[in-house]
Design a protein around this ligand. Structure first.
Ligand SMILES: O=c1[nH]cnc2c1ncn2[C@H]1C[C@H](O)[C@@H](CO)O1
Ligand SMILES: [Zn+2]
Length: 355
């Protein structure tokens, strides 16, 4: 089989479920926005800033990886800045061939210059809408849904959950918790998750990235998560190819794993892409999806993550289509809309690519 090139993968339609808005800014935008508000950056130009983020995030620990967000969050404190970053995010994903994306961010981190939570969400949702409109006009249609994240070390999850539900018909399609995992179990936010369940709303939980099985177990069996953000440590419950109770449950219930290969290498969750458990989880037919997590911090894109996997595991269009359909099946938009994208956009395109 001829190896698939990165360029070919860019042309294929892709679906992305786990991408952080504040982890995906263009380096040049960080620079311009910082300049406008007098925020000090560690590097003076876009190229060196780009490599600074990748190097600093390459820290071997989630806690240190997260320190790099100080600079992106600092420049995302006005409605104009949030709108710009969201618009560029939609454009960049579409240019990479992403046709469906769920992009998350934590509104509570964008209040430093006086915005209200509502104003923050308004700006981001409008930015995505404008980016989608402009991208369609360039012949690159994309749909972007927003996920609102609450920070797990803070105490605003109920408020953010209510905010997400209020914006459910305005572009927000789900909820999430993120931040340092060790010491901040999902059950700290049980009230918020129970509220969301009563509202028939969707949510994912970062679990099984920097902490293991107890975090995954709580996310699913106490909190009722629809999907697992990362969830990579589910392999701790698999010996050879024998599944334990929790991993069996995750596989049997088809609970989607939002795997983020490059991010996992940077935070030390896995040693390398080639040793990433995605190989095993794919072989065991878990509902695996491929994601970027933070494009800026990992110097990556959806196409690059897929390309790295084709290189490491010898995968081809069959696997890339499977990941894409898995993601689309696991999306938080209504079933009929997911199906339309699968049958009218994704499958016809991969059928041609596989020829
Ligand atoms: O991979 C991650 N694990 C936990 N938290 C994360 C990850 N990537 C980004 N975050 C945090 C930092 C951001 O400021 C926040 C909201 O997007 O979510
Ligand atoms: Zn994440």
């Amino acid at each position: 089989m001829v190896a698939i090139s990165h360029e070919d993968i860019i042309k294929a339609p892709k679906a992305l479920l786990h991408d952080h808005l504040d982890g995906g800014l263009r380096p040049s935008t960080v620079l311009e926005l910082a300049d406008a508000i007098g925020h000090d950056l560690p590097e003076p130009d876009a190229a060196s800033l780009e490599s600074w983020f990748a190097t600093a995030a390459n820290s071997g620990s989630l806690e240190r990886y997260l320190e790099t967000f100080v600079h992106t969050v600092a420049v995302m404190q006005t409605a104009d800045a949030l709108h710009r970053v969201a618009r560029e995010c939609a454009l960049d994903l579409a240019a990479d061939g992403v046709v469906y994306a769920e992009v998350r961010f934590a509104p509570e981190q964008h209040l430093e210059r006086g915005l209200t939570l509502d104003a923050v969400v308004d700006a981001v949702v409008a930015g995505f809408a404008d980016g989608c409109r402009d991208s369609a006009a360039r012949g690159r249609p994309i749909r972007v849904g927003t996920l609102l994240t609450a920070m797990r070390h803070a105490a605003r999850s109920q408020e953010i959950a209510e905010l997400a539900v209020r914006y459910r018909d305005l572009g927000v399609v789900g909820f999430d918790i993120a931040g340092a995992e060790a010491g901040f179990p999902p059950t700290r936010h049980l009230d918020a998750f129970e509220y969301l369940q009563r509202e028939n709303f969707h949510f994912t939980i970062h679990a099984g990235e920097a902490f293991g099985l107890p975090s995954i177990w709580q996310a699913i069996q106490w909190c009722g998560a629809d999907r697992l953000g990362h969830g990579v440590r589910i392999v701790d419950d698999i010996v050879g190819t024998k599944l334990g109770r929790l991993s069996s449950y995750v596989r049997d219930k088809r609970i989607p794993l939002e795997l983020c290969p490059s991010s996992n290498v940077q935070t030390g969750a896995v040693p390398s892409i080639a040793e990433h458990p995605i190989g095993l989880l794919h072989d065991l037919r878990f509902r695996v999806t491929v994601n970027t997590d933070n494009r800026l911090m990992s110097g990556t894109s959806m196409s690059r993550e897929m390309w790295l996997l084709t290189q490491a595991f010898g995968w081809g269009w069959t696997e890339l289509q499977w990941f894409t359909v898995n993601a689309m099946k696991s999306a938080f938009i209504p079933y009929d809309e997911r199906l339309t994208l699968i049958t009218e956009v994704i499958k016809p395109a991969y059928a041609k690519l596989g020829e």
